[in-house]
Design a binder for this molecule. Structure first.
Ligand code: 5RP
Length: 235
């Protein structure tokens, strides 16, 4: 088969995920270019009469969903049936790195509130060991240098070293999340013990949330030049 445009692969994964959506479902809508394909396709189905109610994981996704007249729940939502979201990396145990789009805190809240989370991805996101993609961590602006130092200490215990940068925009200004927090990107190269690093990061007071999603994804729909591949169980 010919090599494939990654954006077309993302669209194909999103189209496959749309088949999981049933009338009346309460859905979590992810953030990023792959999730945006899903929201666009869902919007077309809603325009045809599909009834669903959704929670967006970012302001970006909320604006897109509203533009497509997708019904949204208020922020005090509780149980969701299904969340469809992208990822920056996934490993064979369906552990994820997320947060490249800066929405990881809301994404994790929504995923954790969902009966099922299905990740949509192009094939380039599959890795044997997490960590090639810099791990995003959302932190409090208050005391951020102290929090960064604590992250360095805990990461080192888990065999992770690398440059940790404060996320900035193209104009050099520090970026903040939708919730007004800073974002650190930790270029560890590899995270040998993600299961150990995750609780250590969560225990640091200034860490709002980290981008390791462990035990949350039920399946990954990955599209590439060889077609669609399913990891885990869709239903
Ligand atoms: C946003 C995310 C995204 O899911 C992740 O960055 C993947 O993005 P894309 O679909 O654009 O490759 O975690 O916070």
């Amino acid at each position: 088969m010919e090599s494939q445009n990654p954006d077309e692969a993302k669209r194909q994964a999103a189209a496959a995920a749309l088949e999981l959506v049933k009338p009346g479902m309460r859905l979590g809508l992810g953030t990023g270019s792959t999730a945006a394909h899903f929201v666009a396709l869902l919007g077309a189905r809603v325009a045809e009469g599909l009834r669903v109610t959704c929670v967006p994981t970012s302001e970006r996704t909320r604006i897109q969903a509203e533009s497509l007249a997708i019904p949204l729940m208020p922020p005090d939502f509780n149980r969701l049936d299904l969340t469809i979201d992208g990822a920056d990396e996934f490993d064979p145990q369906l552990r994820l790195i997320k947060g490249g789009g800066g929405a990881l805190w809301r994404e994790k809240i929504v995923a954790a509130a969902s009966k099922r989370m299905v990740v949509i991805s192009d094939a380039s996101k599959a890795v044997a060991t997490l960590g090639k993609f810099p791990l995003p961590i959302e932190i409090s602006r208050f005391g951020y240098e102290a929090t960064r130092a604590a992250i360095v200490r805990e990461a080192r215990i888990c065999g992770c070293e690398g440059v940790i940068t404060l996320r900035k925009g193209p104009d050099g200004a520090v970026l903040t999340s939708d919730s007004g927090n800073y974002l650190l990107d930790c270029a560890f190269g590899a995270i040998p013990v993600a299961d150990e690093l995750a609780p250590r990061l969560s225990a640091i007071p200034g860490v709002v949330e980290h981008g390791l999603f462990i035990g949350l994804a039920n399946a990954v729909i990955s599209a590439g030049k060889d077609g669609i591949k399913i990891y885990g169980h869709l239903g």
